[in-house]
Ligand binder design. Sequence first.
Ligand code: GAL
Length: 461
Amino acid sequence: MNQFPHDFIWGSATSAYQIEGAHDKDGKGPSIWDAFCTIPNRIKNGDNGNVAIDHYSKYKEDIALMKSQGFKAYRFSIAWPRVMPDGKGEVNEKGIQFYSDLIDELLANDITPWVTLYHWDLPLALQTEEDGWLNDSIADRFEVYADLCFSRFGDRVKNWITLNEPWVVSILGYGQGAFAPGRKSNSEPYLAAHNLLRSHARAVKVYREKYAHQNGAIGITNNCDWREPLTDKPEDKEAAERAMLFFLGWFADPVYKGDYPAVMRERLGERLPQFSEEDREMVLGSSDFFGLNHYTTMYAANTDAGDVENDIAGNGGISDDQDVSLSQDKSWQLTAMDWAVVPWGCRKLLEWISARYDQPSIYITENGFACDDKEVNGAVDDSNTRLSYYKGYLTACKEAIDNGVDLKGYFAWSMFDNFEWALGYGSRFGLNWVDYETLERIPKASAIWFSQVIEKNSLDS
Ligand code: GAL
C-alpha cells in the first residue's frame, strides 16, 4: 500500500439489498428483488435478502469493524424503495433518517462515504406499473429520486455513483432473466441499457445544475472483465476487441465519445436505439470519473455466425450478436464463483480504458475473491485464496499506475458476507446451478405477472 500515491483512496464496498435486511421495516416499499426472491427456483436454496446481515440495525457495529480494519472510504448504496416506497411521490422520512445516520456515523469515524444511487433494487411499483427500465419515463423518476438524495445527503456526501453495473441490469435482468426482473429477450437489453444511460445522465445534469455548490464528484460504475485474444490470429484479436466493445464500450463510449461503438451499430441494426441530439449531449461527458468493477478474464476467439453457446459466464443471452466464444485457461485458479484469477488481465483492462477514453481518472469500485471459507478456531486461512488475489490484483494496479494509468482508488468487494443475488448465501456457488434456457419467460405485462407471484408467495415469507 505504501507504494501507491499518498492520496490513493482505500475502501470497501457493499450494496443495500445484499446486506441491509429490514426489507419491510419503517415504511420501506418492496423492490423487484424482494419480489424476485419469492419466485420458486430463481434463487439458490430459496434464499433472500429479508434479513441478510441486518446492517439496518447493526450499522454502528459494522462501521466499527470497518474502522478497525483501517478503511478510509466506504461505498454503499441507497435502496430507492426505502426512501421512496413507490419509486415516486411520497418520501419515507424514516428511510432518509437511516441513511443520514449512517453517513454521520461514517464521518464521525473518519470514513468517507461513496454513495451509489442504484444497485439493482428498483421499487417494485415502477416495474409493475411502468415496466421498469424499458420505459423512457424511468429517466424522469430517477432524476427526482437522485435529486432527493442530493438535497438530503449532499451536504455530507461528496462522491456519488449513479448506477452500479448497467451491463448486469441489462444482460442478466433483461437478456437472460437470471436476475430481477427476470426478462428474457435479445432486444430488451439494448433498450434497458439506453434508458439506464439516459437516467444516469439526467441525474448528473441535475447534480451539476442544482448542486454545484456542494462541490462533489459524480460518475457511473461499469463492470468489465478482460478479454484476451485466444491466439495471435487477426480474427481472434478482433473478436477480443469486439467483446470489449460489446461489454464496456456499450456504456462507456456514449459517455466519452457520444455514441455506441460502430461495431454494435453494424451488428444490431434497429435493436440498438438511437440517441436524440439532446440525449447525446446530455450523456457525453456525464462522468467525473471512471468507476470500474473488475473481477476476471477470459480468452476470446472468433466464431462463425450463430455458433456461440449461450454461456452465462460471459456474454449473456445475446452472444450471437458478437460471434465471440469465451474460454478459461485450465491452469487458472478459480474463485468459488468460478471466476478465474488473472491479475495481468486487470492491468491490461486498465490500460485499455486509459488508451480508449483519454486517460480518465479511474476508481476500481469493486474487486475481490469469493472463497469457500473454512473457519478453524474462529479464523480463516485465506493466504492462498483471498489474500493472494488481493496481492496479485493490487500489484497489477500498481504496474498500471507506473505505466501511466490515472488510477486513484480501490474498493474491495466486499466488506461483509452478503446475499449474492441469484446465488444466495452459499459458500460454494458454481454459476450453472440452474438451466437458464428452460426458465419461464416473464411476460411483458409484468404488472399482472408480479402481482400473481406476490399473491402466491407472500413477501413476508
Ligand atoms: C458485482 C456486483 C456485486 C456483487 C459482485 C460479486 O457484479 O456489483 O453486487 O454481486 O459482483 O460478488
